[in-house]
Design a binder for this molecule. Structure first.
Ligand SMILES: [Zn+2]
Length: 164
């Protein structure tokens, strides 16, 4: 490469960290003094290669994390935090809101299950009424109150997804 013949000069406009070795033609690190494939001397010395690398790196702030042992500039760390609620809304996927109401529904179901045990009929009716009320309270709170609050533009019932 040209820089090997002119060690004082480094092409900072070339953003590549790798170069094709002039001897073997394979890709190698641009700022190491030897080709990694056949040991061909790319730079007069390692110090000179390192200095050239520093000049190249400081020419562009996007290169600040680059290492001269790499073949590519590392990409910026990705922010992988995803707002699944917003994403689902965007895609028209219905997800149920985060809620404590499922616990209420389960409590209601528990009393309803107790009502299925053959106690005296008065006790069973009382249990069924208590369980039914708690169950309905949970369902209404979750599906009709919180869900509507979460999806104000949707039709009020969860099966209203047909608008797509
Ligand atoms: Zn080589």
């Amino acid at each position: 490469m040209a820089a090997a013949q002119k060690p004082r000069y480094v092409d900072v406009t070339n953003s590549s960290l790798s170069v094709n070795c002039p001897n073997c033609g394979l890709i190698t690190q641009r700022f190491l003094d030897h080709c990694r494939n056949d040991g061909y001397k790319l730079w007069p010395s390692s110090t000179m290669a390192s200095e050239a690398f520093k000049v190249w790196r400081d020419a562009d702030p996007t290169r600040r994390h680059a290492s001269r042992f790499d073949l590519e500039i590392p990409s910026e760390p990705l922010d992988t935090t995803i707002d699944y609620a917003a994403r689902a809304h965007e895609l028209g996927i219905h997800i149920f809101p985060n809620s404590n109401y499922p616990f209420v529904i389960c409590t209601g179901a528990f009393f309803l299950a107790l009502a299925a045990i053959p106690f005296s009929s008065v006790a069973r009716i009382v249990l069924a009424v208590i369980g039914g009320l708690i169950f309905l309270y949970g369902v209404v709170g979750w599906v009709l109150v919180e869900d509507v609050r979460m999806y104000p533009s949707d039709s009020p019932r969860p099966q209203g997804e047909v608008h797509h």
